[in-house]
Every structure is written in C-alpha cells, then in structure tokens.
Design a protein around this ligand. Structure first.
Ligand code: ADP
Ligand code: MG
Length: 349
C-alpha cells in the first residue's frame, strides 16, 4: 500500500535529449513534453529569454540583441550552459506540481537518451545538470540503445539487432546484442543536412535563396528517397539572388530527391560499413529480423525501400519514430533490471 502510494507521487522521468527535439516522459503517464531543443538568449548578458517552442519561433527571426541557438546541433553539446538551462527548465516544468504541495515529493529518477558521439566530459555535464535540477539519480543511455528498446527489439538476447536512428544532427547506427553495442557509428549527417541540400539546390539551380525552415518544410511536404507512385509538387518562396526581390517557384519531388541523394547515399554508405564490420553470426540474425529505422528522418518517403534496395536486407520503420527514444527511456524506468543489463553511465549522486 505504502509502496503504491510512493510510486504514485514519485516521478520517474525519461528524457530524449535530441539535436532537434527534446521529449520528456513520466513513467505511468506518458509523454508530457515535446519541444524543440532551442534556447534563446541575450547576446550580451547571455541571459536566457526563452526555451523550447517559444525559442524556436525566434530562430532566424531574432532582433540583433537576442540569439536563438540549438545547443546540440551537431550531436555534441556545443553549449554547456544552454543545454543545462534547457534540461533544468524541462525537468522543473514536469516536477513543479510536486513542489507546490506541502509534503515533499521524492526526487525523480531520470533516464536520459543522449547522442552516442557525446564525450565523457559532456556526459558528466548532462548528469550534473540533471542532478542539480533536483534528480535523485541520473542514468545516461546512448540514443541507439534507447531507440532499440523503444522499438521493442530484444536487446538483451544474444542475437544481433540493427538499429538506425536518423535525427536532425546525427545518424546513429548500432548493432546491438546482449545489452551492448557491438558496433556503433555516429555520422554527423542527418535531417539538417538534407535541409541544407535543399537550400543549396535552390541556390545553384534557380539562383534563389530560401531559409532552413522553408527547406525543412519542403522536405517534409514532398521529400523522398525512392521514386513515388505519383510525384508531388509544391510552391517554394524565397528571394531571387540576382534581383534581391521575392520569388516563388514550383518544385517537383523528383528534383528534391535528386538534391537529397548525396546525403542519403552517405547514410547508406555508413550503414554498409557497419554491415561489413558485423560478425557473420549477427549478420544472419539481422537478415532474418531486418534493419529497424527510427528518428524523424525515418519519416522521409521511401527511405525504407531505398535502404532495402541498397543493403539487400529487410527494413522496417519503427512505430512513431519521433518518440522511439523517449519511449525506450520509459521502458528502462519500468524495468530497472534492464539498467543492470545494458550499458549505461551514471547512477546515484
Ligand atoms: P533528434 O533526435 O536529433 O532531435 P528527431 O528524431 O526529433 O531528431 O528528428 C528530427 C528530424 O526529422 C528533423 O531533421 C526533421 O526535419 C526530420 N523530419 C521530421 N518529420 C519528417 C518527415 N515527415 N519527413 C522527413 N524528415 C522529417
Ligand atoms: Mg533522436
């Protein structure tokens, strides 16, 4: 009875600290925060003005005195202080209900999924930030492991699982077996690079300047990795480089696919490298089970077909790929046994 009471009032929190999006989940409750990993601050005083959704609205639109930054842009923590402020703000947001009560709520246990390219020093910084935000314990798991767990792969089995997580800043590829990554590769090429490809394409082909946000919208609207049954079109708005005047153009999905192909081929090249290094026993497991793709990049039309074509392996897109990592963190909170079986850093303060 008492245990039940505590499990009702204590908060166990899972966090997906992504390069584009940060998601927060409360055990037994589900996802409570889904916001962009963006911080807006005063250029001079470095004082934080906004975090998350509110800060993202300011990206590329800020007056000179304010800058909006993405502290994890390349899959490494480029700005410690901002990452810390962001984590604290999100943790306080979900924990604040507790602080208002008269009795003291036990401090939360937190599991954070982080890009695998994050260095030892940066890991410690994330942990310190989480602990100083009031957590009782903080465990870090690498994103591909969290994604594999979130996708329901049997990571503890002595069999091979191949997970690809395509986020904004990084593509993470891992072969997981017996609770650990046998091979792990983090490529600094993913969704952001695709947006950049579209910006470059519009500039080179049409002499037109478009913003990153516009490029991302075009990618989501008509982007693809494999020929579509019915090709799509959309109108793109930007500025003519020659005249400096606003310009709008109709663009086809075929053109956008051509623009994205270099980046997609780089990702597939990395995947093939991993497959080449994978021990034969594990390859045969993967051939049987297929490659699982998670992360927002998995939503690109036809990416599964393209990867299947190039690797000759079956490919599956994880359910709701944008939430796979945070749901994986949630599963770890539900089954703390898993924590002792998979490779994690951290623990009690
Ligand atoms: P991260 O884990 O790095 O925060 P996410 O897994 O949240 O990244 O994925 C964000 C990336 O997914 C962005 O680059 C975004 O443009 C891309 N994305 C989201 N939806 C789609 C879609 N429908 N088609 C293609 N890319 C998408
Ligand atoms: Mg991610």
């Amino acid at each position: 009875m008492f245990d039940k009471f505590w499990s009702l009032v204590s908060l166990d929190i899972g966090i997906d600290l992504g390069t584009v999006n940060t998601l927060v989940l409360i055990k037994d409750k589900g996802i409570v925060i889904r916001e962009p990993s963006v911080v807006a601050l005063h250029r001079k005083s470095k004082q934080i003005v906004a975090i998350g959704t509110e800060a993202k609205r300011m990206l590329g639109r800020t007056p000179f005195a304010i800058e909006a930054i993405r502290p994890l842009r390349g899959g490494v923590i480029s700005d410690f202080d901002c990452t810390e402020a962001m984590l604290k703000a999100f943790i306080h947001k979900v924990h604040q209900t507790g602080n208002r009560r008269s009795f003291k709520i036990p401090k939360p246990r937190v599991v954070v999924g982080i890009p695998s390219g994050v260095t030892e020093v940066e890991r410690r910084a994330v942990q310190d930030a989480v602990l100083s935000a009031g957590a009782r314990a903080c465990y870090l798991i690498e994103e591909p492991m969290a994604a594999a767990i979130g996708a329901g792969l049997p990571v503890e089995d002595p069999e091979g699982n191949l997970i690809v997580d395509i986020g904004g800043g990084t593509t993470e590829i891992a072969v997981i077996s017996m609770g650990g990554a046998v091979i792990i590769k983090s490529l600094r090429v993913a969704g952001d690079e695709m947006d950049q490809d579209i910006v470059n394409y519009m500039k080179m082909r049409y002499g037109m300047l478009i913003g990153e946000k516009t490029a991302e919208n075009v990618k989501i609207e008509i982007g693809s990795a494999y020929p579509l049954k019915i090709e799509k079109e959309t109108v793109v708005r930007g500025r003519d480089l020659a005249t400096g005047l606003p310009k709008s153009l109709k663009i086809s999905s075929t053109e956008i696919r051509e623009a994205l192909m270099g980046t997609i081929n780089q990702m597939i090249g990395a995947l093939n490298d991993v497959l080449e290094q994978t021990p034969p026993e594990l390859i045969s497991d993967i051939l049987e089970r297929g490659i699982v793709v998670a992360g927002g990049g998995a939503l690109l039309r036809g990416l599964d077909k393209k990867i299947a074509d190039e690797t000759k392996m079956p490919v599956y897109i994880a359910d709701d790929p944008l939430t796979t990592v945070v749901r994986g963190c949630g599963k770890v909170l539900e089954n703390l046994d898993l924590l002792s079986k998979i490779k994690v850093t951290g623990g009690l303060r």
